[in-house]
Write a protein that binds this ligand. Structure first.
Ligand SMILES: [Zn+2]
Ligand SMILES: [Zn+2]
Length: 295
C-alpha cells in the first residue's frame, strides 16, 4: 500500500466551547475541535468543530490537484481519493458545528461513516442527534441533503474498532457532562491518543484514561484551564495542563499536546502556558491550528 508508513496528526481546530477568531488568537487558532489523522491514505477526522470546513476545502484542493494521498491506487472497490471517516468524542456543539459545511458531504455517492461512542448507552442515536441540530428553524436543511453516502454508527465507548486493516482504534469513556469518548489510534507500531473533553478527579487519576494512553507516542489532552482557573469551573467537564502532565507521566506518554484551549486564552496567555508546561515536562507542545506532528 502506498504511504504505508505515513502516520500523522494535523490540527484544524484547537479551541473548546466556542470559536474565537480574531487578531488575538491567530497564532494558536480560533476554530473549535477538529483533528485529522492520516494512516497511510486513510483519513480519520476526530471531531467536527468549526475547523472542519477548512479541512474540507483542503481535501477538495488536493483532489483537484490530483495529489490526494493514495490517489494512484484508486479503484471503485478500494480507497477513494477522499477515503475519510469521522469519529466524534461527543455531540456538544463545539464538536459538531462544522458538520453541515463539510465539502465531502456534497460529493455524490462518496461513502463516509460517522462514529460516536457516547450515545448508545443513553438510548440515543447519532443520526437523531444530528437531525435535531440540522432542523428548521435552527438550520434550513436536514442531513438528508448530503449527496454523499453517509452512514451513522453508534458504538459503546470501551469497544475496540478496526476501521481499516492495520488501523486499531481503542476507545474509553471520558468524564464529561452527557459523556464523551477518548480514542487511541495504533498504526504501523506507533500510537496517537485523542483525549478531550474530560475532567480530572480531585483525588486520583482516571484509570480508564491512563490505561488507554499507556505508552502512547503522542497524547492530545483537554487542557482547557490552568490549575489556578479550575476552581471556578468544577463540574464543567474539562481539565488543566498540570493534570495533563500527571496523566502523561503516569502513562509514560512520549509527547503531550495540550488542546481544547479556553476561548479567553489569547496568544499571549497561550505563550505563557506553553512556556510553563514545557518547563514542567520538556517536550510538551501546545496545539496550534495547522500544526502537523508525526509520531
Ligand atoms: Zn468541547
Ligand atoms: Zn463537551
Amino acid at each position: 500500500m502506498a504511504n504505508q508508513s505515513k502516520f500523522s496528526i494535523r490540527f484544524w481546530g484547537t479551541r473548546g466551547s466556542i470559536a474565537c477568531a480574531g487578531p488575538d488568537t491567530v497564532r494558536y487558532g480560533g476554530n473549535t475541535s477538529c483533528v485529522e489523522i492520516m494512516c497511510g491514505a486513510y483519513r480519520m477526522v476526530f471531531d467536527a468543530g468549526s475547523g472542519l470546513p477548512m479541512l474540507g476545502r483542503h481535501i477538495m484542493r488536493q483532489v483537484a490537484n490530483g495529489d490526494e494521498p493514495g490517489a494512484e491506487e484508486v479503484s471503485p472497490e478500494t480507497a477513494s481519493p477522499t477515503d475519510t471517516d469521522i469519529f466524534l468524542t461527543h455531540t456538544h456543539l463545539d464538536h459538531i458545528i462544522g458538520l453541515p459545511f463539510f465539502a465531502l458531504f456534497h460529493i455524490p455517492g462518496l461513502p463516509i461513516t460517522m462514529h460516536a461512542g457516547h450515545l448508545k448507552a443513553q438510548g440515543e442515536a447519532l443520526h437523531n442527534v444530528l437531525s435535531a441540530m440540522m432542523k428548521a428553524p435552527l438550520f434550513p436543511v436536514p442531513p438528508e441533503v448530503f449527496a454523499a453516502n453517509v452512514d451513522f454508527v453508534d458504538f459503546e465507548a470501551g469497544e475496540t474498532l478496526t476501521p481499516r486493516e492495520g488501523v486499531t482504534l481503542r476507545t474509553a469513556p471520558l468524564h464529561h457532562p452527557n459523556s464523551a469518548t477518548g480514542y487511541r489510534i495504533d498504526y504501523g507500531g506507533k500510537s496517537i491518543c485523542y483525549i478531550t473533553d474530560t475532567e480530572h478527579y480531585p483525588d486520583r487519576l482516571d484509570e480508564q484514561v491512563v490505561s488507554l494512553v499507556r505508552g502512547a507516542d503522542i497524547m492530545v489532552y483537554d487542557a482547557t484551564y490552568t490549575d489556578e482557573e479550575y476552581p471556578r469551573f468544577v463540574g464543567f467537564g474539562h481539565s488543566t495542563w498540570q493534570e495533563a502532565i500527571k496523566v502523561a507521566d503516569a502513562a509514560e506518554v512520549d509527547t503531550l499536546v495540550l488542546f481544547h484551549h479556553d476561548p479567553s486564552h489569547n496568544d499571549e496567555a497561550m505563550d505563557v502556558i506553553a512556556e510553563e508546561a514545557s518547563a514542567a515536562r520538556p517536550g510538551t507542545l501546545v496545539a496550534r491550528e495547522g500544526m502537523t506532528l508525526t509520531p
